[in-house]
Design a protein around this ligand. Structure first.
Ligand code: AMP
Ligand code: TRP
Length: 343
């Protein structure tokens, strides 16, 4: 038995993905996109629009490509630099699906059965869920491992999937006596913005699938919509505390203070230093102004890119070439390790 403590020693690389299924909201922006932009300063980054994941539930084939362009445009508008980082569509690099199959044979049914996102998405009628929805986290592991990515920035909701990715990588390395073949990627799922809650219910996360439009701020909302949604956000009647401890048990207040802090790039304590003792009548308009100031230019750039789809297409085509070259190299090693025939 080889020494399984030998770990991966290759270069550091960041990978993350966002599904092209519905419009992006403030949670996606603060939990994912803002982190992506910050990551570029430190490491090589690959950002993927995961359309293979999107089709695990029905999508309109007439709209899917446009949705894919919209997510790519959001990456660019938020500040991902397509020259430095790679931006591409998952389905344009076949290696993801091929590695996913191979990893399906390392992953265990029991591991997937524990995934809470599958339980949530499949709902009561599990028997009618697609096999793809069940195997979804294995494809996610393949996305990451086909680039031997070492760091994965996402919101907190992806923590369980990223822990599974580590288990699958470790299992593969052991099954094929190849210590350090795949890195065990580091989940970057914490920090400010990792869990933005619904504006209507501080116990539910902000989500694309919430039926209430008032629960979320969409990246393409107008300034008026942003201001109106913040004004209508659920709060309690008390004034803001002057210390973060005072937010205990006040989920809605904590969420709004958190959003202000991440948008302004300051701590919750600093926000409360400024607004402690004030009511929401003062805080909400200040938050609305800040949100409009920060999100307005992102929406503006997204609209410009929507009017120039060929610009986004060029980025996606170039990204597919660059990502494909890396993935093919890793997949070649995988095929050899598994023992497939080759000429
Ligand atoms: P999805 O739209 O589910 O593909 O999510 C894209 C990214 O946004 C992932 O990294 C999620 O973890 C992140 N995300 C989604 N909802 C939230 C939220 N309410 N707060 C923070 N991050 C989120
Ligand atoms: N499952 C992720 C989500 O719903 C999207 C995703 C797919 C992803 N592949 C990934 C995230 C790889 C990080 C790394 O948000």
């Amino acid at each position: 038995m080889n020494d399984q403590t030998i770990s991966y020693t290759g270069p550091e690389r960041v990978f993350s993905g966002v599904q092209p299924s519905g419009s992006l909201h403030l949670g996606n922006y603060l939990g994912a996109l803002v982190k992506f932009v910050a990551m570029q300063e430190e490491r090589d980054c690959i950002f993927c629009v995961v359309d293979l994941h999107a089709i695990t539930v029905p999508q309109d084939p007439k709209r899917l490509a446009a949705q894919t362009r919209e997510i790519a445009a959001a990456f660019i508008a938020a500040g991902v630099d397509p020259k430095r980082s790679i931006i591409f569509a998952q389905s344009s690099v076949g290696a993801h699906a091929e590695l996913a199959w191979i990893l399906n044979c390392s992953a265990r049914m029991g591991w997937l059965e524990r995934m809470t996102q599958f339980k949530d998405k499949a709902g009561k009628d599990r028997e009618r869920a697609s096999v793809g929805l069940f195997a979804y986290p294995v494809l996610q592991a393949a996305d990451i491992l086909v680039y031997r990515a070492t760091h994965v920035p996402t919101g907190e909701d992806q923590k369980q999937h990223l822990e599974l990715t580590r288990d699958i990588a470790d299992r593969f390395n052991r099954d094929f006596d190849a210590p350090g073949f795949f890195p065990l990627p580091e989940p970057l799922t914490t920090g400010p913005g990792a869990r933005i809650m619904s504006l209507k219910d501080g116990s539910k996360k902000m989500s694309k699938s919430d039926p209430s439009e008032l629960s979320r701020i969409n990246l393409l909302d107008t300034s008026d919509e942003i201001a109106r949604k913040i004004k209508k956000a659920t709060t309690d009647p008390d004034a803001l505390p002057s210390e973060p401890d005072g937010l205990e048990g006040r989920a809605e207040a904590r969420n709004l203070v958190g959003i202000y802090a991440v948008l302004a790039g300051i701590s919750e304590a600093e926000v409360l230093g400024q607004f402690g003792g004030q009511g929401f009548g003062v805080f909400k308009p200040a938050l609305a102004e800040l949100a409009v100031e920060k999100l307005g230019p992102v929406a503006e750039r997204m609209r410009q890119l929507a009017d120039n789809p060929s610009e986004v297409d060029r980025v996606l085509a170039d990204g597919a070439d660059r990502a494909g070259a890396i993935a093919e190299g890793v997949l070649k090693d995988v095929r050899q390790t598994v023992g497939f025939w080759s000429p």
